[in-house]
Design a protein around this ligand. Structure first.
Ligand code: ADP
Ligand code: MG
Length: 681
C-alpha cells in the first residue's frame, strides 16, 4: 500500500491547521489557553468552534461529540449533529458553548457512590491541549468529565492536574538551581501489545467473546518455546492489517513507528513515537479502538486482554516516561559530568517508587493483569527499579567499568553505542534517557499510572526544594549531596538481577518490599493515609474521590470475576461435558464386547472426568450463591479470591485434562492450536 506522508494528520484539527485558518489574534488566545496563561472566553471559543465545524464539514462530518474517559476504563461518546432549526431551515451550527461544555446524563457511568442516581448531572469540558479529530462522520472533541458537584468522574481530569503539579514542582526546583525554565512536562511512549485471532474461531469460543480471554484450553506441543515468533517474519494476513492500521493512525496524526511480532504465537506490538503524556494517553485509547476496528475489517479480532491464553506470554503496555523542559532538556538524560539534574530527578524517582510502590502496583493493574504479573514472563508483582551499572556508578562515584567489548565493523566508521544495557525483567527499567514502566496492563487506560508517577515525583521534588532552599552555600554541590543521600536511603528499591527468579522473591521480602499478588489485594492501597494525603495535597483527588475510585475498582473486580466464573461453569456444563459424552458414545459405538482394554480405560477416565468436573462446577455455583452474604464489594472480592478462584483453577485442570482425551472431531470449540496458528500463516 502506498502512503503519502503529506496526508499525515489529515483528520486531526491540530495547531498547524488552527494557525493556518484562524485569525491570528484568536490563534494566539488559543495558545495562551493551552499554556495556561489566559483562559479562553466565549467569543474566542465561538470563532474556534466555527472554524472547527467548517473543517469537519469539509471532511463529510455531520456530527460532533465530546469524547471522554469515564471510570469504566473505556471511552464514551454521545453524538450530536450540527443541525439546528433556524426559522424552519436546517442550518449547520456549532457554538463556542457547545465546544466548551456538554451535559451528558451521568447516571449510568461508574461513580463509586459519589452521586445518587437522581443527581444525574455530569459535565464534559473541552481539553484545549488535546486536538479534536475525525472518525467516520463524527468530530471528536477530547474532554474531561465531572459531576454536578465538581467531583472527577474520569481519568483525564486527575491526569491533567498531576501534570500541572509536576511542572510546578520541577520548575521551582530548577529555577532554584539557576535554570531558566517555564514548564516541565511528562512525555510518554506507550508500546501496545495485542493478540490477533481469526474471527470465526473467536465466535466459536464463548470465553473469548464474553470475557476477552480463554478460560479453558491446553497449550499445543509447539507454542513459544523455539523463540521464533519474536521479531519473526510478520504473517501475510497480519502485514495487511498493519498497513491499514498505520494508515488510519497516521491520518489521525498518531506517529505509529514500530511494529513487530511479539513472543507468543498470534501476539504483536505497535509503538508510536513518544509525546506529551495527556495526548499520548488519548491517542493510545484511540489506537486500541482502531486496532479492534481494523482487525474486524480483516476478519480477525484484536484481543487487548492482559492474558488471553494460559501458558504463553501475556500482553502489557510499556509506559516509557521522561520529563522534558520547555527548553528541550530531558531530565532523565545522563549528560557526562554535568549530571546534577539527572541525579536529582533519578533519586527523587527512587524515593517516590520506594514510598509509593503500592500505588504503582495498583495503578498498573486490573483484574486481567493478575494472570500476567509474576507469571514468569512479565514483570513480577514486586515493584523494583533497574538503573543500570553506569548510573549506579554515578551515585557511588565509582569509575565506569569498561567491561564492554567494543564491536567494530570495517564497513561503517562509527557505530553508536549506549551507556547502559537493558533489564527486561525489571518492572521499572532505565533505558538510556527514560524509565520504562513495564507492569501496566495492555488493555488499561494509562492515565492513572502516569498520574501516580507525576505525583510521587512532585512530592519528592518539593521536599528536595524545601531543604535546598534553606541552604545558603553552593546549591549545586548541596543538591548532589542530597541526591546521593536519597539514593542511599532508597537503594533497596534497586534490583538488577533476574526479576522472575525465586531468589528475588525471597530477597525482596528481606528488604521489606511489597509483593502484592492480586489486584483485589492491591486496592487496599487506597485506604492508606499516606496515599490519600498524596492525592489530596496536590488537589488531584480528595478523600471522597479516592474512596469512590476504590469502590469502583472493587465492583469492577467483582463483576469481571463473576462473569468469568459463570462463563466457566456454563461452558463446562453446556460444552465440555457434552463433548465428553459424545466421545463416550463414539468409543462405545462398537459395543462393549468389541472394546479393547485401552478403550475401556479411556471410558473409565472420561466418566471420572465428567463426574469430577460437574461436581466442581456445582461446588462453584454453590459458593457463588454465598456471595450475597458478603456485606460489601471488598468482602465479595476477597470471598471470590479466597474461596471461588481456587475451585475454578481445579476445574480448569480437569477440563484441560479432558481435552487431551477427546478426539479432534468431538472437541467442543477451537483449541489453542487453531487460535494461534490460524493467524500465524
Ligand atoms: P523497545 O521495545 O525496544 O523498548 P520501542 O521502539 O518498541 O522500543 O518503544 C520505545 C518507546 O519509547 C517508543 O514509544 C519511543 O517513542 C519511546 N521513547 C523514546 N524516547 C523517549 C523519551 N525520552 N521519553 C519517553 N518515551 C520515549
Ligand atoms: Mg517494543
Amino acid at each position: 500500500m502506498d502512503y503519502d506522508f503529506k496526508n499525515f494528520g489529515e483528520l486531526l484539527y491540530d495547531k498547524n491547521k488552527m494557525k493556518e485558518t484562524l485569525p491570528s489574534p484568536i490563534y494566539r488566545r488559543f495558545i495562551d489557553a493551552v499554556n495556561h496563561e489566559m483562559p479562553l472566553d466565549l467569543a474566542v471559543a465561538d470563532v474556534i468552534a466555527h472554524n472547527m465545524k467548517m473543517w469537519a464539514l469539509s471532511h463529510g462530518c455531520t456530527h460532533y461529540t465530546h469524547w471522554f474517559h469515564p471510570l469504566s476504563g473505556s471511552t464514551a461518546e454521545k453524538h450530536n449533529s450540527f443541525i439546528e432549526n433556524i426559522d424552519g431551515q436546517p442550518i449547520a451550527r456549532f457554538s463556542g458553548k457547545s465546544l466548551i461544555k456538554d451535559e451528558p446524563d451521568a447516571s449510568s457511568f461508574p461513580n463509586g457512590g459519589l452521586r445518587a442516581t437522581f443527581e444525574a448531572r455530569g459535565y464534559t469540558y473541552w481539553d484545549v491541549e488535546s486536538p479534536a479529530f475525525i472518525r467516520g462522520h463524527v468530530l471528536y472533541i477530547p474532554t474531561v468529565f465531572i459531576s454536578y458537584t465538581g467531583e472527577a468522574l474520569d481519568t483525564k481530569g486527575p491526569l491533567l492536574k498531576s501534570i500541572e503539579a509536576i511542572s510546578k514542582s520541577s520548575v521551582r526546583l530548577l529555577n532554584l538551581l539557576g535554570k531558566n525554565v517555564k514548564s516541565v512536562k511528562p512525555y510518554i511512549g506507550l508500546e501496545q501489545e495485542y493478540f490477533l485471532v481469526d474471527k470465526n474461531d473467536f465466535l466459536k469460543r464463548r470465553d473469548l467473546y464474553l470475557t476477552g480471554k480463554t478460560l479453558l484450553g491446553l497449550v499445543p506441543p509447539k507454542a513459544q518455546q523455539l523463540e521464533t515468533h519474536y521479531f519473526g517474519p510478520i504473517p501475510q494476513r497480519v502485514n495487511k492489517f498493519m498497513e491499514e492500521l498505520n494508515k488510519e493512525l497516521w491520518d489521525l496524526g498518531i506517529y505509529a513507528k514500530a511494529e513487530h511480532n511479539e513472543v507468543a504465537p498470534g501476539q504483536f506490538e505497535m509503538a508510536p513515537i513518544f509525546s506529551n503524556a495527556n495526548i499520548a494517553v488519548d491517542q493510545n485509547m484511540l489506537t486500541m479502538e482502531i486496532l479492534q476496528d481494523v482487525a474486524l475489517k480483516n476478519d480477525m479480532v484484536c484481543l487487548l486482554h492482559e492474558k488471553p491464553y494460559q501458558g504463553v506470554n501475556g500482553s502489557g503496555k510499556h509506559n516509557n516516561y521522561s520529563l522534558l523542559t520547555d527548553t528541550g532538556l530531558n531530565l532523565f538524560d545522563p549528560k557526562g559530568d554535568n549530571d546534577t539534574l539527572f541525579l536529582i530527578f533519578v533519586s527523587c524517582l527512587m524515593k517516590g517508587v520506594d514510598e509509593y510502590s503500592d500505588l504503582i502496583r495498583l495503578s498498573s493493574s486490573n483484574p486481567g493483569n493478575d494472570f500476567r504479573l509474576g507469571a514468569s514472563e512479565a514483570p513480577p508483582a514486586i515493584i523494583s527499579m533497574y538503573i543500570a551499572e553506569v548510573i549506579e556508578n554515578k551515585f557511588e562515584k565509582k569509575s565506569i567499568s569498561k567491561k564492554n567489548k567494543k564491536f567494530k565493523m570495517d564497513t561503517i566508521s562509527s557505530l553508536p553505542s549506549d551507556e547502559s544495557d537493558r533489564n527486561r525483567t525489571s518492572p521499572i527499567a532505565f533505558t538510556g534517557n527514560k524509565f520504562e514502566f513495564r507492569s501496566l496492563g495492555s488493555s488499561m487506560n494509562a492515565s492513572e499510572l502516569n498520574m501516580v508517577i507525576n505525583l510521587i515525583m512532585s512530592k519528592a521534588l518539593d521536599e528536595f526544594y524545601n531543604e535546598l532552599n534553606l541552604y545558603n552555600g553552593d546549591k549545586e554541590a548541596k543538591a548532589r549531596e542530597m541526591a546521593l543521600k536519597l539514593y542511599n536511603e532508597h537503594k533497596r528499591i534497586l534490583f538488577s538481577g533476574n526479576g522472575y527468579s525465586d531468589e528475588w522473591v525471597e530477597e525482596a521480602k528481606n528488604r521489606g518490599l511489597h509483593n502484592i499478588h492480586t489486584f483485589a489485594e492491591a486496592i487496599k492501597a487506597l485506604n492508606e493515609e499516606k496515599n490519600i494525603n498524596l492525592f489530596d495535597s496536590y488537589q488531584v483527588l480528595n478523600s471522597k474521590e479516592v474512596n469512590a475510585r476504590k469502590e469502583i475498582k472493587y465492583e469492577n473486580y467483582y463483576n469481571i470475576r463473576l462473569i468469568e466464573i459463570k462463563t466457566l461453569t456454563e461452558m463446562t456444563y453446556q460444552q465440555v461435558i457434552p463433548s465428553a459424552i459424545k466421545e463416550l458414545n463414539f468409543i462405545c459405538a462398537c459395543g462393549k464386547e468389541f472394546m479393547s482394554k485401552s478403550m475401556l480405560t479411556k471410558v473409565d477416565k472420561l466418566q471420572l472426568f465428567i463426574d469430577e468436573s460437574s461436581l466442581l462446577a456445582g461446588q462453584i455455583e454453590d459458593r457463588v450463591k454465598e456471595l450475597i452474604y458478603q456485606n460489601n464489594y471488598q468482602e465479595k472480592c476477597m470471598f471470590i479470591l479466597n474461596n471461588i478462584l481456587p475451585l475454578c483453577s481445579k476445574l480448569r485442570i480437569i477440563t484441560d485434562n479432558l481435552e487431551k482425551y477427546i478426539s479432534k472431531d468431538n472437541q467442543p470449540f477451537p483449541q489453542y492450536e487453531q487460535l494461534f496458528f490460524d493467524i500465524d500463516f
